[in-house]
Design a binder for this molecule. Sequence first.
Ligand SMILES: [Zn+2]
Length: 251
Amino acid sequence: MSVTTKLLRLYRVDCQVRSLRSRVDAAERYLRQQDKTLEDLTAKHEALSGQSRQLQATIGNDENEARSIEQRIEALREKLNNSTSNKEYSALLTEVNTLKADKSGVEERILESMTRLDEIKNAIAEIDAETAERGKVRTVALNDRDQRAAEVKDRLTELESERAVAAGDVPADALAKFEEEVEFREDEVMAPVSEHSRKHMEYACGSCQVLLPFEAVNRLLGDGELTFCGNCGAILFIEDELRELVTGGKK
Ligand SMILES: [Zn+2]
């Protein structure tokens, strides 16, 4: 068996392995996306919960402050009632009015905080609802991934061992080249020679359609040594049908 024939056997198993895996990989990617979305939602939920706690503490402090101002006002009113001079009365009254203004400032702040707190609570409720929805989508995605993985598991194991046998048969340097190229070329790593014109002996790379020197075709028909397309770099092979047409049945 020529190097090209051995590579072709490996290539065909490899394509099947990749196609089976890609079904599971797509489901796996979708599942990861759902996980990412849920993580983002959790992070948002935590950030908003933190803001909500902070705001509640602020409101608590402001309420205490308002109460303490109120107590001071009450105390001043006592004094006001018992004041003995106009001067004292008017000084106390000014103080009371200042404190009243302070208190209404604090109360305004409390109202603003409460409005903001309501907004945050609504946002948290929205995130909770979205999390619940996304959780359902994730469950479906997980089941789908597991189901696909289970469906292909046996066949994949079989093909992977076939692939190992086929790879073991390919000479090391050709195998290294194949493994290196298949990483990014995937199914395009090998390409069949396609016949453009037998009369004019025009043959092209089945991947990029650029004409091949006839000497390359001859080499593939002959000892089948490792031959690359000079244009796109695909490893070339000749399909049996074409070989028979070109050689008239001779191997
Ligand atoms: Zn090519």
